[in-house]
Design a protein around this ligand. Structure first.
Ligand SMILES: Cc1cc2nc3c(=O)[nH]c(=O)nc-3n(C[C@H](O)[C@H](O)[C@H](O)COP(=O)(O)O)c2cc1C
Length: 226
């Protein structure tokens, strides 16, 4: 096999038996089956090291041309969280008060959500995820980025997986529009706020909507063409 000059041999890949692979896949499934979006957070602190490790995990995601078009702003500062809560609740009040379509409000009804977002101050960490339209594979470049939404979505999924696997609760929050995050987080206008990840331990009296437990089964989400 010829190896291109700028390639190296694959490292870090372990070929496993099919039995071991099935067991490992099942273990991942078992872990992910226990993930729930939560909206009642404890104010118990979470170490920054843990957040750093989870963001590193997110940063391993595949991305268009390896441009890694994401930036994570991890916020534990009380005043910044308060500003985010105020701005988010102002947007959400307009959303629930008339901006959202009836169809959208109907879809949200089973979740029992409203414009009140106390968890934005209670949770120890908020991670604002930004999508970069321009950048490049190394910092400081100004090239066009490709498949930005797909790439940042994948990185965000890996972030949630890492946070959940570590034992933390999360809420993927999208107070639309989220433009206020750009200013509060001091990010350039060229970056688009993607999601606001709320992170911490569940409150002792945390509840979840039954609705969220209904997941489509394999035949509903899969077509095999063998
Ligand atoms: C892109 C995206 C945006 C979301 N935005 C919100 C939100 O703004 N507020 C909220 O309470 N939940 C939000 N959620 C959480 C969903 O309501 C939740 O994932 C869904 O009900 C399924 O529940 P589960 O995460 O426990 O499986 C969002 C989820 C996604 C993926």
């Amino acid at each position: 096999m010829s190896v291109k000059d700028d390639h190296i041999a694959l490292t870090g890949y372990d070929r496993r038996s099919e039995i071991e692979m099935q067991a490992r896949a099942q273990a991942v499934l078992d872990t992910l089956l226990t993930r729930r979006s939560i909206r009642d957070f404890s104010d118990e602190p979470v170490p920054r090291d843990l957040i750093e490790t989870c963001i590193r995990a997110a940063g391993t995601a595949p991305s268009g041309a390896n441009h890694q078009p994401w930036h994570f702003v991890a916020i534990s500062n009380s005043e910044t969280k308060r500003q985010i809560r105020m701005a988010a609740e102002a947007e959400e009040a307009e959303f629930y008060g008339g901006r959202a379509s009836e169809e959208w409000l109907d879809a949200l009804a089973p979740l029992g959500t409203d414009a009140s977002k106390p968890f934005l101050e209670t949770a120890p960490w908020l991670i604002a995820v930004f999508a970069q339209r321009r950048g490049g594979e190394t910092p400081g470049q100004d090239k066009k980025n490709y498949y930005v939404t797909e790439s940042v979505g994948l990185a965000t999924g890996m972030l949630i997986t890492a946070l959940h696997s570590a034992g933390l609760g999360t809420l993927t929050h999208t107070p639309a529009p989220m433009g206020f995050l750009t200013e509060i987080c001091g990010r350039p206008k060229s970056e688009k706020p993607f999601v606001l990840m709320v992170v911490g331990y569940p409150a002792i009296d945390c509840t979840i909507p039954k609705h969220a437990l209904i997941k489509k089964d394999l035949p509903e989400i899969t077509t095999f063409m063998e």
